[in-house]
Design a protein around this ligand. Structure first.
Ligand code: SDX
Length: 436
């Protein structure tokens, strides 16, 4: 980061000594005020719950311009990556900073393919869950459990360990998600078939059975791969910040990624795709398009907790570019399946149109985000609603591990330890129970 020639001076009306705050410029995007010496020099903290105005780190991985609705992975626009690359190319880019050439592509695909199986003991771990356990509960357990099998790659400060842990996580997440799905069905697990593409291998592990051959549908495989690309990374979102904070204690990468899985589950974050599809199905059940007005009224009612799931974003105050690409993928997949008149897709597009013309949403700059359409595509592919967020976690694993490795490789990194504004009881003495 480069020091700006503009300085910020903090002064106090009570005559306390003022303080100069250095300003740093990134390559693109907002400058930052360096407040690292603030507490030491003034005895005061900054206050920013929810981190609306706080940069927690410097990063070279992903850039978002919320006003323009722009998303870049290592400088490449998401639109170009989604149309011209596949998910493993995107993983290589996020991990190493450049798109692979043909040799690097072959080597990386082979490396990932060599790690797609999980230890056979994982099956017995799964057996501890009820068959109807939520897949995200299972995934939180399974990913954390990986650290019990790979003692040879849990020293986060060893670059070779970081590299092999990244490959293992990227390679094994599809296998684990498919195992969680098969377990919920009571069907046998399908082992990875490494001659298939990453997305094709995942679809086969999900939908094949030992009784017959399974040929992945190319349009659906391409759509699955694009869903992975669109969810791969997204700057310092809640789950990525969780992974960074968790990893900053020096814990192993599998445990840190398990913390990210747990955070992503929330309906305000990665759980929104499941919530958005359930919302659309509820409206459909209650009467479909003619019920949209009533639903929007509930959303706008301050006393109701109803939100338009899949809408709104902390950073995007314009259209989430991933939502546009997801809507295109909807058209492609539904068209390929002869479902272009899918009532839920029509309902979603009508709901989007109405919301984007409604003052409540316009005034608050609420637009569709990545989760608004992703559920419709996944449902058309045959993925159960309860598995949507697990698929999000599968795709986001490369972003989490790339961000974690970037932090650990930064010689300046320290354990994250925020402070607080204390508003509790002042010092007081314990009274004997008879006097309380
Ligand atoms: C993801 O951070 C990331 O990058 C996340 C993500 C990623 O790739 O990692 O992009 C993935 O999590 C996408 C977001 C998925 N979540 C949802 O779709 C859930 C619905 N959206 C909201 O919960 C909300 O929009 C958030 C959580 C996404 C953002 O919330 P903020 O930035 O804290 O904004 P806010 O809640 O303060 O909302 C501002 C106003 C409020 O109204 P007022 O109090 O000003 O009157 O907008 C309203 C909110 O009530 N509002 C909504 C709304 N989202 C915000 N009202 C109705 N429906 C919504 N969806």
């Amino acid at each position: 980061m480069n020091a700006s020639d503009v300085k910020a001076t903090l002064s106090f009306s009570d005559g306390s000594p003022s303080m100069e705050l250095p300003i740093y410029k990134g390559s693109i995007g907002p400058d930052v005020l360096d407040i690292r010496k603030l507490y030491g020099q003034t005895g005061k903290f900054t206050y920013d719950p929810g981190f609306l105005s706080t940069a927690s780190c410097q990063s070279a991985i992903t850039y978002i311009d919320g006003d323009k609705g722009e998303l870049l992975y290592r400088g490449y626009p998401i639109e170009q990556l989604a149309q011209q690359c596949d998910f493993l190319d995107t993983c290589y880019l996020l991990l190493y900073g450049e798109l692979p050439n043909e040799q690097q592509q072959r080597d990386f695909h082979k490396l990932v393919n060599n790690h797609t199986m999980v230890n056979e003991q994982m099956q017995f771990f799964l057996r501890g869950f009820r068959r109807d356990a939520h897949p995200m509960a299972v995934m939180t357990g399974l990913v954390g459990g990986l650290s019990a099998f790979y003692h040879d790659s849990t020293d986060i400060n060893n670059p070779q360990h970081r590299e092999i842990a990244a490959i293992r996580l990227i390679a094994k997440m599809p296998t684990l998600v498919a195992m969680a799905y098969k377990y919920s069905l009571g069907q046998p697990y399908i082992y990875p078939k490494n001659s298939l593409s990453y997305a094709g291998n995942f679809m086969r592990m999900m939908f094949a059975t030992p009784c017959e051959d399974y040929e992945p549908n190319d349009v659906l495989v391409r759509a699955m791969d694009r869903i992975f690309i669109l969810h791969a990374d997204h700057e310092q979102n809640a789950s990525t910040s969780t992974v960074r904070l968790c990893g900053s204690s020096g814990t192993n990468p599998f445990a840190a990624i398990a913390a990210g899985v747990a955070c992503l589950w929330g309906p305000a974050h990665g759980g929104a795709n499941e919530a958005a599809l359930n919302m659309l199905e509820d409206i459909q059940r209650q009467g479909g398009v003619e019920k949209i007005g009533e639903f929007i009224k509930q959303v706008k009612d301050k006393n109701s907790t109803v939100k338009l799931m899949g809408f709104g974003h902390r950073v995007y105050k314009n259209y989430d570019p991933r939502a546009k690409l997801m809507r295109e993928t909807c058209h492609e997949v539904l068209g390929a399946l002869g479902l272009e008149n899918d009532p839920l897709f029509k309902l979603a597009m009508t709901l989007e149109k109405i919301a984007l013309e409604d003052e409540y949403f316009v005034a608050r700059k609420l637009y569709p985000n990545v989760d608004f359409y992703s559920g419709i595509v996944q449902r058309a592919i045959g993925i159960p609603v309860s598995l949507f967020t697990a698929i999000f976690a599968l795709a986001r694993t490369v972003g989490w591990i790339a961000q974690l490795n970037e932090m650990i490789a930064d010689p300046e990194y320290k354990i994250g330890r925020p402070r607080q504004l204390y508003v509790g009881a002042e010092r007081r003495d314990v009274q004997p129970v008879e006097k309380r």
